[in-house]
Ligand binder design. Sequence first.
Ligand code: SF4
Length: 494
Amino acid sequence: MNPFIGVGMKGLDAVRRAVDDAEVETITCVPGYPITETAEAVGAEVSLNEKVALEIALGASATGSRAMVLTKQLGMNLLADPLVISATHTIGSGLVVLVGDDLGPKGSQAEMDSRAFGQLAKLPVLDPRDPAALYSSLIEAYSLSESLRIPVIVRVTPRLLSASGSLLQPAPFRGSGQGYERVSWNLTVKGRHQRHHSEVLPLAEAASEASPLNRVLISPEAKTGIIASGFPASQAEGLGASLLSVAYVYPLPWRLIRKFIDRHSRILVAEEPEPFIESQLRMEPKVRGKLSGHLPYGLLERSDLIRGLEEVPETHMACEAGRYESIAERGYTGICEDCPFIPLYRALAKLDVPVAGDAGCVIRTTREPYESVDLVYGLGSAVGVASGFRSKGVAVIGDFGLAHSGLQALINAVWRKQEVFVVLLKNGVAAMTGGQEAPDLTKLIEALAPTSHIRLPAQEGDVEEALRAGLARPGVTVLVAEGRCMRADAGLRD
Ligand code: SF4
């Protein structure tokens, strides 16, 4: 029996099958929860950052290969520049950005609703409800991307990727080899935007209205209708209300929504994590959802939808304001007991200067018992943040973070003659996402700034001495702290 077809097929399998059936040739990714496993399953090539990953995909598309970029939600921020430009620039073969939103974040510094990038970039976004719809959404996305010559975004969530699905209808969509055409250069930037608004978006709207992936389930007696997108649409079935499950969240199928609203006296909008659709329907007095206090922000459980269907005062969920999830409730994963960098973290805590950390293992030293790092503004941010300190402080950054986006800040610090002490945690891998290889930039760093080295683990006193020496030297200074991550060697991940 074909493992992809039938009950039990997971979202991840649906992506793998769609990639095969759409003959996607170039697949790039930056590992990170929740897309790492899916990226591995489809054989994605790891890029240093999401902007590069999309640029490679754009080049592949221009020369006739279908392409896919897999990224977590925060990666959308980095690839936004070429994404926004590609919308009016035009592309060649189909290109899909598959973005995984980490809801109720488990492995991210921020919860984000990637659906908003459709509105920002003016690109279609599909938000499938179950694995079968995920497969069909990807096939539809490649078809639309190729016919309109624009990238298409497909949003997934951890629960969708791990959900067991229903029957899948295979729909092979063979590659056309369509390449980029230079005609868009005949227009100015303004002209390309005019063309996008008057020709491309209306066609995307028509696709949204006509998509066979829209599902309308009318309960004849029901006064309430649920408008849902993504995984909550699968949870909203069988609650006694009518259900409109939309395939596209941008552009929305407005005529379908209007008709559905008119049939019901009350509407509940079920979506995750933000009120993206609800905020566009807010002027309609029948509409309830997160903004009205009938549903919580973030993840939605079926029990939330049941409560949301009750006609309740508008303060129903809002009364929970003030009761926020704490570290004590969720628990805190610190660094590994046998981490070779522990002496460094202990020594850092003794310095009386601000310390900017980075995403990755370093962030796990912000709390007790280490409290080594004061600030973490995301992957690759440490050097830039420390460059802004009033007096010389420390930037602690991993080798993957430096290659991802920290290197430009180091070059900037040297160029602008700033005072910053960079501690590079060199273990050769992206430890938290499963030990993907990180490039060795040591020679490049040595060419940029005075660099010293220490091998870890080492005596805490020796490490402290190395840190104080690096801080005492003027200008940009670097300490490369090299250690081996056994956990990554074993292929473990969060
Ligand atoms: S994953 Fe590796 S580098 Fe990270 S805390 Fe554990 S041992 Fe240290």
